[in-house]
Ligand binder design. Structure first.
Ligand code: GAR
Length: 225
């Protein structure tokens, strides 16, 4: 009797809606061998997403599923879920995917869905996170990688990075600072997932068997910043 070949490389599907700078970091990590998986597909809900052109130019399989062609959110989510499932993903990476997903999609990939959000969750779920942090007089902002559940930006946090808010920062300068740390923590957290170090357990995210706090693990900059 022959045993089936063991699948070695894990499958990564990336969903985007726009610029795709986080996706690009994943593409670069894959090229340099720093990613614990293969990017098998990049999917956008917007035909004009810059990131789709970037991925295509790098020879990655891309698909556009235009949400405007569907009568309901659920119909779009069902089509998106079928396309994602066709790639047999070990992780589905939401890299600036700006559509709210319904249970039709989320329940099919629960435990494999990872998002990055530009705030120090649980603070500032939703939009305009940088302006909200500035308006509140916060001294720190940041980004959080988290598992996705049916609660908007409410799934268990995996990894979080902080940046200082200067008096001179506006929403745009702060977004640039936060984006820099997004690019550091996102592939790291996804690697943890692919290596089985972090899992979406019933009680929350567990790293190396330990339950993480609601803010996730805290990123320590390699340069000690
Ligand atoms: C990133 O800042 C990401 O955190 C944010 O969109 C930007 C996408 O940039 N995501 C969200 O706000 C999700 N709620 P990118 O397309 O250059 O990666």
């Amino acid at each position: 009797m022959t045993t089936p070949a063991k699948k070695s490389l894990k499958n990564i599907v990336i969903l985007i809606s726009g610029r795709g700078s986080n996706m690009e970091v994943f593409l670069e990590a894959a090229t340099s061998g720093a990613l614990a998986g293969n990017i098998v597909s990049v999917i956008s809900n917007r035909p004009d997403a810059q990131g789709i052109i970037t991925a295509r130019n790098r020879g990655i399989a891309t698909t556009v599923i235009d949400h405007q062609q569907f009568a309901t959110r659920e119909a779009f989510d069902a089509a998106l879920a079928d396309e994602v499932a066709a790639h047999n993903p070990d992780v589905v990476v939401l890299a600036g995917f700006m559509r709210i997903l319904t249970p039709v999609f989320i329940n099919r990939f629960l435990g494999k869905l990872v998002n990055i959000h530009p705030s120090l969750l649980p603070k500032y779920a939703g939009l305009h996170t940088h302006q909200r942090a500035i308006d509140a007089g916060d001294k720190e902002a940041g980004a959080t990688v988290h598992y996705v559940t049916n609660e908007l930006d409410g799934g268990p946090a995996i990894l979080q990075a902080r940046v200082n808010i200067a008096n001179t920062d506006d929403a745009q300068t702060l977004a640039c600072k936060v984006l820099e740390v997004e690019h550091l923590i996102f592939p790291e957290a996804v690697n943890w997932h692919l290596q089985g170090r972090v899992v979406h357990a019933n009680q929350g995210a567990q790293l190396d068997g330990e339950l993480l706090p609601p803010t996730g693990a805290q990123w320590k900059h390699p340069r000690g910043e």
